[in-house]
Design a protein around this ligand. Structure first.
Ligand SMILES: Nc1nc2c(c(=O)[nH]1)N[C@H]1C(S)=C(S)[C@@H](COP(=O)(O)O)O[C@H]1N2
Ligand SMILES: [Mo]
Length: 338
């Protein structure tokens, strides 16, 4: 994430635009039929816009099949759509989402993770739930996906490097899992840990970061309904490069908070170590809320390059989710708590 590693201009812009266009047409055709039968979702969207408008787009974006080149049927369809979604028609092309990645354990360039993901064995896979919980346990990720209804959540994703995407995740709220394992009264934070295994994640043989990658949230952030544990995108299981088989998604924070390929979720009393804040405390904070008013020391955060779009767009406070989350930071100086 240092300046020298800023991504080159996307060669994807021309390639992905037609795919996006095709899906938009499909979306428009399907949305009409869906909206009429979806009073519940419509009501959800109204609720959101009244309470603070996560989405201003058309309601009822139905889950669409995965893009043709990958063609496998979704093991999860039909997915429950979510009122927290932005319109699915805005989603970044599948090819871009799965070939333009940050996953330093699989290489430092944007294209390396997709190339190198074959070394990551994502099944079987267990996640330890530990620390300040009444029901600590190690659970198979397949069981996790059966415990909770899977939803499609189409979220904006803003990297601290000032590029962004819109990704149709499949997952369940972290709050559902936390409610099940019951944090103790001492729990104040949650720490997430990526798999540590240099054979599967060869980038861990280089000292570019202190491995394993760890991230963390305050408990109230972790309990927020927008905070997702994702197991898929575009209706199909996550690929290695996107953090298979299970990763965090916190859409109002810079992408580095969204820890990939998680093996541990630990409830803690103290604020946990987080990888990027430890690597560069003057550049990357614990909170890392998307904030166009606080520049990175070496570049502006006021605008962003939306992958697949030609024009830069303005970056929104809390990545456009301010009405849903700003209350979590009442009384805090967000220029200090960056
Ligand atoms: N374990 C791990 N998680 C990680 C990263 C990483 O290098 N290692 N990169 C982060 C960054 S900087 C971003 S922007 C997002 C990118 O997610 P994506 O490649 O699925 O779009 O993953 C985040 N999670
Ligand atoms: Mo990022």
């Amino acid at each position: 994430m240092v300046a020298q590693r800023l991504p080159p201009e996307p060669k994807g812009a021309e390639i992905t635009a037609p795919a996006l266009y095709a899906r938009r047409r499909e979306f428009l055709a399907r949305a009409g039929a869906f909206i009429g039968t979806s009073a519940g979702l419509g009501a959800g969207l109204t609720w959101l816009s009244e309470r603070g408008g996560v989405s201003s787009g058309p309601p009822g974006t139905p889950p669409a099949p995965p893009p043709a080149p990958f063609g496998q049927a979704s093991p999860w369809s039909p997915l429950t759509p979510s009122p927290f979604s932005v319109p699915r028609g805005e989603a970044t092309a599948f090819d871009a989402v799965t070939t333009y990645n940050n996953f330093y354990e699989l290489g430092l360039s944007k294209s390396a993770p997709a190339r190198n993901a074959g070394s990551l064995r994502t099944a079987p896979w267990t996640v330890r739930i530990e620390g300040e919980v009444h029901a600590p346990q190690t659970v198979d990720v397949d069981d996790l996906t059966r415990w909770f209804p899977l939803e499609e959540r189409v979220y904006r994703m803003r990297c601290v490097e000032a590029w962004s995407m819109v990704i149709p995740w499949v997952g369940f709220p972290l709050s559902s899992l936390l409610a099940r394992v019951k944090p103790t009264s001492h729990a104040r934070f949650v720490q997430f840990t990526t798999l540590l295994d240099p054979e599967q994640l060869p980038g861990q043989t280089s000292a570019v970061l202190d491995w394993p990658y760890v991230e963390g949230l305050r408990l109230d952030e972790a309990m927020h309904p927008l905070t997702l544990l994702a197991v898929g995108l575009y209706g199909t299981p996550l690929l290695g490069q996107n953090g298979a088989p299970i990763r965090l998604v916190v859409p109002w924070k810079y992408g580095f908070k969204s820890c990939k390929s998680i093996v541990s979720i630990a409830l803690t009393r103290e604020r946990p170590k987080t990888t990027w804040a430890a690597a560069g405390p003057s550049e990357y904070g614990f909170y890392a809320n998307v904030n166009p008013a606080v520049d990175h020391p070496r570049w502006s955060q006021g605008s962003e390059r939306r992958i697949g779009k030609l024009e830069r767009i303005d970056t929104l406070a809390f990545n456009g989710y301010a009405d849903a989350v700003a209350h979590l930071y009442g009384g805090m100086d967000l220029t200090q708590n960056f």
